[in-house]
Write a protein that binds this ligand. Structure first.
Ligand code: GAF
Length: 388
């Protein structure tokens, strides 16, 4: 939780102004990985770690940016937005660019980005910055943009300015999160429903490998292309198939089997979509053990067929998989580093973290950071300036 008075103070020292402050959370995803950009389903939730964006208007066309965590400053111009040497600035500027493309009227502004979503840990810190920025600009300039439109603007910012061809999951969960509920989102129709996720006797534990993933480093975009390649192969025979959401294993066996790599990528996605649908039924039946088994199966698929895991993530899942208190575990998010998500019996959490930390260090020489995530509400206005 961020101290709003402290943010106010720092902002005033920087810009001598009283900001609007917006909070947009990071996310977890229980199951349904790499399915969003294939028009499938996902099952994410917003968490108690969030980005805070503080913002005020300027009388010129400049954007003064400050990142609290790194104590870095940058000045951009509204009429000449480009990437800077500071990676974080792209998430803000990408949103401004999208608003301009849609003809929203903005002038210059001061902005400070802070919060406690660990960067590169697979909790969607970048989407949280984009969501907080678009939310804050919407308030500041009274643009009247709906939540769904803000989600789409944030996603496009990531795709066009940052260059990651991401799906909609991260932004959607940051905007639509609801306390105590996971979101079953149909990424094709954008229909969604909330499922209560009881956390009375189990906890969601995120075990961070300390390997900073760099999704934009092409592998993510490559996976997306490979899925599209599979769809194109099926389409030659069945033109109605628009995405892997419409495809079946039988279709793959028939039309994609000659290309083993593409086959494996597509097979994982189709299985994962089906696994998620079955996992939602487990949740409805309150069968958390069946749900957990599916998480392990997801990890295996991500590691062996989709090949987006890494040695450290595999070790992290390996270390907990025979522990009776661990109901389910898998890598979470885009992959190549970041966290595993673990559903753990509450009374065993402390011991599990302690033991795993020791063993992880022995096997990798790396530190393990652990977070217990609680499911919270999505983006919101945290504070208006006194004079607004
Ligand atoms: C990243 C992307 F941004 C999401 O859209 C999603 O594809 C996820 O990786 C994998 O499920 O977080």
């Amino acid at each position: 939780m961020c101290d709003i008075d402290r943010l106010n103070r720092i902002f005033y020292q920087l810009y001598q102004d009283d900001p609007i402050i917006v909070r947009a959370p990071g996310r977890i995803n229980l199951i349904g990985e790499h399915t969003d950009y294939n028009n499938g389903f996902v099952l994410p939730a917003a968490i108690d770690k969030a980005v805070y964006v503080s913002i005020s208007k300027r009388n010129d066309n400049k954007i003064f940016l400050h990142a609290e965590e790194y104590n870095e400053n940058y000045i951009a111009h509204m009429d000449n937005l480009r990437q800077s040497k500071f990676h974080w600035s792209s998430y803000v500027l990408g949103v401004v660019e999208q608003l301009q493309k849609r003809n929203y009227q903005l002038t210059g502004f001061n902005i400070m980005v802070g919060g406690d979503v660990p960067v590169g840990a697979g909790m969607a810190a970048s989407a949280a910055i984009e969501c907080a920025t678009v939310f804050a600009l919407n308030e500041l300039f009274e643009l009247n943009i709906s939540r769904l439109e803000m989600v789409k603007i944030a996603q496009k910012a990531e795709q066009e300015f940052v260059g990651l061809q991401c799906g909609i999951m991260d932004m959607f969960s940051s905007m639509y999160g609801k306390k105590g509920q996971v979101i079953k989102l149909d990424c094709r129709s954008l229909e969604y429903e909330y499922f209560p996720f009881e956390q009375d006797d189990v906890k969601i534990v995120l075990l961070d490998t300390s390997i900073k993933h760099s999704l934009a480093s092409s592998e993510y975009n490559t996976r997306k292309k490979q899925c599209e390649e599979g769809v194109a192969m099926i389409q030659q025979h069945i033109p109605e198939v628009q995405s892997l959401r419409d495809a079946t294993i039988e279709m793959l066996d028939k039309y994609v089997a000659q290309n083993k790599l593409i086959y494996n990528r597509c097979r994982f996605v189709i299985e994962e979509i089906n696994r998620l649908l079955a996992a939602c039924i487990d949740l409805q039946k309150n069968d958390i053990n069946a749900f957990g088994k599916k998480m392990f199966a997801t990890h295996k698929g991500l590691s062996k067929m989709y090949e987006v895991s890494c040695n450290e993530l595999d070790i992290m899942v390996d270390l907990v998989k025979h522990n009776k208190a661990v109901i389910g575990a898998r890598m979470m998010g885009g992959g190549f580093g970041g966290c595993t998500i673990n559903i753990v019996r509450e009374d065993a959490v402390e011991e599990l973290i302690y033991d795993t930390r020791e063993q992880y260090r022995e096997r990798t020489g790396m530190n393990l950071n652990a977070y217990i995530a609680s499911i919270e509400d999505g983006a919101r206005l945290q504070k208006m300036p006194v004079s607004f």
